[in-house]
Design a binder for this molecule. Structure first.
Ligand SMILES: CCCCCCCCCCCCC[C@H](O)CC(=O)SCCNC(=O)CCNC(=O)[C@H](O)C(C)(C)COP(=O)(O)OP(=O)(O)OC[C@H]1O[C@@H](n2cnc3c(N)ncnc32)[C@H](O)[C@@H]1OP(=O)(O)O
Length: 713
């Protein structure tokens, strides 16, 4: 026997044991001259079993000593990397003396995205191999890189287009007898960077800024710093120490929950019994987008990037030309980020992207996404037209953030093919796609929309039809509380600061200025909450017996729409400016408003701001679950992480509630509700009360406490 081949697919304990046994056997057998390590089924390894980290039987630090064992082998060890080599998988490869990869393989150390750091000596070996700046970037972002880039960085020795294993065996045979010392990464010095200390200091500031309260990137940096300051063995000790800190942090649990939640939402189901397991998607070979406003432009860009031919339609030539210019600009920018540039997207080819004002050109598309503004009458008119023009079987999607899917579907002769696809702005960037089924939507339509999400590299989450669906419905009470807090004595910058310190990318007032206050104003006018249709004599701060704040309406009446008018909850340097500055005008406006309404301003502490905003949002989440609008808390959490800037390291609002403890959430809601009896959003939901009454079960058991009958769908 000249060569021993070992397979290492997932780093389960059994695989690790087999790896150790194999290596020891190879070392002891004089007929073995070299060792090749590969994966099974075309994949090297996706790293440690993530579920193992939360298992009570977890086996701490099991992989590092095996990587050392590989490296210290007296016989050359070659890694044959196919598919992926991630996390512990790449660390195993780093212990090998040579690495050879298939051209289509991907590599990375994504532990940071799970709230951890590479815990099998990867933070010490990678900087020695590819240098500190690149290693630090890979370790603190967790990004996956293609084999071609890995070759350029020196992470692999060779890439092949054909059989990786045969190529690895050839390489192993070639290097038999060559000295192994220079191939052992633990013996290499870390390549020098001019002024390493200044480099690391600057990197630490950047990492901290980007982490927004997430611990793992900072500790990753500390581990890499140890590689630059201490001998290998000391660095490994430091890596283990930091790994243990992260492993026991709540953040790692939240991030690992988020990892599995994003995969769980693929397995969608509706209360009527339709599900991913029995529904098959229809192919989408050609699509159309109606409306080239902000949303339509992003959606067209997304489709073109996913290589789906698109017909883009506007109401007249003026709007069409404006939309075309904007789409072309977006596509040029996207193409510049891609390897093949504009050619790879081929968007100047009319077979790939066609602009028109002629509805008849939609006769052969497989899917239409209507993205006109939020006006029910207009949407119904368009859907009526579509059901006459589009071929039978074409999926008719509406991009709406709140409107009733059933009412839109009622304008067509084929409601089973009508579905809501709620994109988030900018639609070519944001990962979330909320997919809303109506009363008549077919399982095939849902499966096709989910497949579309995957093709567009988005996370599709299937939800039921109600005002605001899941995301915006939970957002309403959150924003409402934020505004009530201003009435009672707080300021926009104070509220935003608390929520940004919690980890939100942007607080509710900065968000409102960015989105435009006029959007909500139009919607409230449509609902008769403000504007000319409001009955005379309606109290300023009450609607249907409930507390209402006219503050956002008053700002709109003053022409303060946010960034676009240079004034909103903040002031900006110019119309369209991005730098929010607290506005003295707004502060005195708030004082006058309180005086007018006889409100005595009080100091509101950070705890109250956080709890009233977050717990009212969470409370709505429990109501949504109880109504069967979403099939589990993970769905709500995935929506919030990917669409609303919720800090991923807090796992989403429902996971966060589970970490705070449901009894505490309930207690606080009860307290705030007693203080504000005219605010239904603070009244604890029946489902939350039930979960507390049954003893605060773990999040994965929540749905089992809902009886079938409680679902309204
Ligand atoms: C080591 C012994 C185990 C005991 C633990 C004790 C720990 C102490 C030892 C410390 C050593 C540290 C070692 C190391 O530094 C730490 C790690 O390696 S952490 C893991 C790092 N790896 C990753 O983050 C990869 C995660 N996976 C992915 O990115 C993707 O899944 C993929 C591999 C790129 C494939 O993508 P897709 O083709 O799109 O497929 P899916 O994503 O849908 O996945 C399919 C299916 O597989 C499940 N899965 C994937 N990877 C893992 C994994 N590493 N552990 C567990 N499960 C995994 C995924 O959840 C899907 O299943 P589903 O959820 O749908 O049922």
């Amino acid at each position: 026997m000249e060569l021993l081949s070992l397979t290492v697919n997932s780093n389960s304990l059994a695989v690790l044991q087999a790896l150790e046994d194999g290596l020891k056997k190879a070392d002891a057998d004089p007929s073995v001259k070299a060792v090749m390590i590969c994966g099974e089924n075309g994949k090297f390894s996706a790293g440690a079993d993530i579920r193992g980290f939360s298992s009570p039987k977890r086996h701490g630090g099991a992989l590092g000593p095996i990587v050392s064992l590989i490296e210290s082998s007296e016989k050359p060890v070659v890694a044959a990397i196919e598919g992926v080599a991630l996390g512990g998988g790449l660390e195993v490869a780093l212990g090998c003396h040579y690495r050879i990869a298939h051209v289509k393989a991907w590599m990375g150390l994504p532990e940071v995205t799970l709230g951890l750091l590479p815990g099998a000596e990867g933070t010490q070996r990678l900087p020695r191999l590819i240098g500190v700046p690149t290693a630090l970037d890979m370790i603190t972002t967790g990004k996956h890189i293609p084999a071609t880039e890995a070759l350029k960085l020196g992470l692999v020795d060779e890439i092949v287009e054909e059989n990786t294993i045969e190529a690895a065996i050839r390489l192993a045979n070639k290097v038999i007898g060559q000295p192994l010392g220079p191939r052992r990464l633990s013996l290499k010095p870390v390549p020098k960077v001019p002024n390493m200390e200044a480099f690391l200091r600057e990197a630490a500031v950047k990492v901290k800024q980007q982490a927004r309260g997430c611990l793992a990137p900072e500790l990753c940096l500390q581990a890499v710093r140890a590689a630059t300051e201490t001998p290998f063995a000391e660095g490994v000790r430091r890596e283990r120490e930091l790994f243990r800190v992260l492993l026991s942090s709540g953040q790692a649990q939240a991030l690992q929950y988020a990892f599995f939640a994003e995969r769980a939402v693929h397995r969608w189901a509706t209360p009527a019994g339709a599900s991913w397991s029995s529904a098959a998607p229809q192919p989408v070979c050609k699509a159309a987008v109606i409306g080239l406003g902000t949303m339509g432009r992003g959606i067209v860009t997304s489709l073109v990037k996913a290589s789906i031919p698109v017909v883009a339609l506007e109401q007249d030539l003026e709007y069409l030309n404006k939309g075309r210019k904007a789409v072309m600009l977006l596509l040029e920018r996207e193409a510049m980020k891609m390897e093949g540039g504009a050619q790879s997207l081929d968007f100047h080819n009319p077979a790939r992207l066609q602009f028109t004002v002629d509805f008849d050109l939609l006769h052969d598309v497989d899917l239409v996404i209507e993205a006109v503004f939020e006006n029910m009458a207009l949407k119904k008119e368009i859907f009526h037209k579509l059901s006459k023009i589009c071929k039978p079987g074409a999926l008719l999607c509406t991009n709406t953030s709140a409107l009733n899917i059933d009412e839109i579907a009622s304008a067509t002769s084929r409601p089973q093919q009508v579905i809501g696809t709620h994109f988030f702005s900018p639609a070519h960037v944001m990962r979330l796609l909320e997919i809303i089924y109506g009363r008549h939507t077919s399982p095939t339509a849902i499966a096709t929309a989910m497949q579309l999400a995957k093709t567009l590299k988005k996370v599709g989450v299937v939800v039921g039809n109600c005002f605001g669906f899941v995301g915006n419905r939970m957002m309403f009470p959150y924003v409402q509380q934020a505004v009530f807090l201003l009435e009672e004595g707080s300021r926009p910058e104070a509220v935003d600061q608390v929520l940004e310190d919690f980890g939100f990318k942007i607080g509710p007032f900065r968000m409102s200025d960015l989105a435009g206050l006029d959007v909500g104003w139009r919607s409230r006018q449509g609902q008769g909450l403000t504007g000319p249709s409001l009955p005379a004599g309606t109290p300023a701060r009450q609607r249907q017996g409930q507390r209402y704040s006219p503050l956002p309406d008053l700002l709109c009446e003053h022409g303060r729409f946010g960034q676009k008018t240079a004034k909103g909850w903040y002031q900006y340097e110019k119309a369209g400016g991005r730098t929010a500055t607290p506005d003295p005008w707004l502060h005195s406006f708030l004082s006058r408003y309180r005086d007018t309404h006889g409100i005595k301003a009080r100091f509101i502490d950070q705890e109250e701001i956080l709890e009233r905003c977050l717990f009212s949002l969470i409370n709505e989440g429990f109501a949504i679950l109880a109504e069967g609008i979403a099939s589990g808390p993970e769905h709500l959490d995935v929506i919030y992480i990917n669409g609303y800037g919720w800090p991923r390291h807090r796992g989403g609002p429902m996971f966060y509630a589970s970490t705070v403890g449901l009894p505490r959430v309930l207690d606080k809601l009860q307290k705030y509700s007693e203080a504000h009896p005219d605010v239904p959003g603070l009244r604890p939901s029946a489902f939350l009360k039930k979960l507390v009454a049954v003893g605060n079960p773990p999040i994965k058991e929540w749905m089992s406490y809902l009886s079938q009958q409680s679902s309204k769908l």
